[in-house]
Design a protein around this ligand. Structure first.
Ligand SMILES: [Zn+2]
Length: 420
């Protein structure tokens, strides 16, 4: 049977019926509903010449053996946030399932082709995203912390995992799954407004943003709001306010998709009759280029010192979290561009703000690329999340075209030659 993209839309609706309610998708990882979704996927693919396996981290793999052991991987995640949308994560899996069907029915492929349903991408229950993919990538390094994590009902993470056959101590054994992986493809809804703004159905993702997150503490002097003349104040909030405005210019000067956000300022004493003594400010900066990200951080720090001098206050910085940018594979980006042009006439290249399982796989050294399909109103992680059916069908076609091109590309490269 040829590729049938309309079937993907039907199956997504079926999954929504089976695992959602009036508030949206309820496939939170390590729950009964999530397990039901995995069982449904197993049944949906029954009858095809493939092997199913659940690995040590709870990832669900479907493998069509090819002439070569080298494997093309296509991935997504069936888990959702509570009250989630009908497409986030599961579009990737169901589009991959359709491509896998098409390949399996065409006879033995040149390469082994594998579909992976990653476990717990969202981290909705325990606050740890990308669980299964980071285990397979070998980058999971927080097992001690994970042991201590509990959900809102007080259930410990290791116990919840054990109910689904996963032993946290052995999760990293899932690394063997990426041995022989020659390329990884992931289709995802954009979850942002860029493609809709450009009136384009599809785009190629260049990589995931590097992120710098810092807490900036401004220290001045509390003083009476009535008796302290304006020129004698040491107002901590004035520093935070100047920086909140300055970072807009920092992002604009840097360009190429740069974003900076001051997500909150907490003031003390925080009463109407006092000048602010301390202001704790949150800053998040993101860029696809590591050097530009470092430059943006430097500019923000320099500006903060200037504002501290101007306001006669002190400023100090402490890092909350950071991650370097993860660029996708240049050759696969070209192939993805071509397959989008073939199905939609025009393509667009854009970075990804959110992290995805693809970032973990790319970090592990597997050539990786993602396709984004337009999200209506840029909404995600809500039942309002939506994409036009015609765009969903185009996205299945684009993924299928990309899979064929990737198989041809990998087959043409000898296994001994590094692929980048
Ligand atoms: Zn997702």
């Amino acid at each position: 049977m040829p590729l049938t993209p309309s079937r993907t839309v039907e199956e997504l609706r079926e999954l929504q019926q089976l695992t959602g309610d009036e508030n949206g998708a309820q496939r939170v990882a390590w729950t009964e509903t999530w397990e039901r979704a995995r069982g449904w996927l197993r049944e949906t693919l029954a009858g095809l010449p493939l092997d199913e396996e659940i690995d040590e981290a709870g990832n669900q793999w479907f493998t069509v053996r090819g002439a070569s052991e080298r494997a093309l991987l296509i991935g997504g995640h069936l888990d959702s946030v509570p009250n989630g949308g009908w497409l986030d994560g599961c579009l990737n899996v169901m589009a991959g399932a359709e491509v896998l069907r098409r390949i399996a029915e065409d006879g033995e492929p040149a390469l082994t082709v594998r579909l992976v349903n990653w476990a717990d991408e969202e981290g909705a229950r325990f606050g740890r995203s990308l669980f299964g993919s980071s285990a397979a990538a070998g980058s999971m390094a927080d097992q001690e912390e994970l042991r201590q994590k509990r959900d809102a009902d007080g259930v410990a993470l290791p116990e919840a995992l054990a109910e689904h056959g996963v032993d946290l101590d052995r999760a990293l054994d899932a690394r063997r799954q990426l041995e022989g992986a020659a390329a990884y493809l992931e289709l995802h809804i954009e979850q942002g407004p860029v493609l809709e703004g450009l009136d384009l159905p599809l785009g190629v993702v260049l990589g995931t943003f590097g992120v710098e997150r810092h807490l900036i503490t401004w220290t001045g002097q509390a003083a009476h709001a009535g008796s302290t003349p304006m020129d004698r104040r040491r107002d901590a909030l004035a520093g935070a306010a100047k920086l909140a405005i300055e970072i807009r210019d920092v992002a604009a000067r840097t360009g190429d998709g740069a974003v900076c956000t001051s997500g909150g300022v907490v003031c003390k004493p925080g009463i109407v009759t006092s000048v602010v003594e301390t202001a704790e400010q949150l800053l998040d900066q993101r860029h696809l280029d590591g050097a530009k990200l470092a430059h943006m951080l430097g500019e923000a720090k320099e500006a903060s010192e200037r504002f501290a001098r101007e306001e006669s206050i002190d400023v100090s910085w402490s890092k909350i979290w950071s991650i370097e940018p993860i660029p996708f594979d240049g050759e696969l980006i070209e192939l993805a561009d071509q397959s989008i042009v073939e199905v939609a006439g025009r393509s667009h290249r854009l970075p990804s703000g959110p992290l995805h399982d693809a970032a973990e796989v790319a970090r592990a050294g597997v050539p990786t690329v993602m396709l984004f399909v337009q999200s209506l109103r840029g909404l995600s992680h809500t039942k309002l999340e939506d994409t036009k059916a015609e765009h969903l069908e185009l996205s299945v076609r684009a993924l299928d075209g990309l899979a064929s091109k990737a198989i041809a590309w990998i087959s043409a490269t000898s296994p001994a030659t590094p692929s980048r």
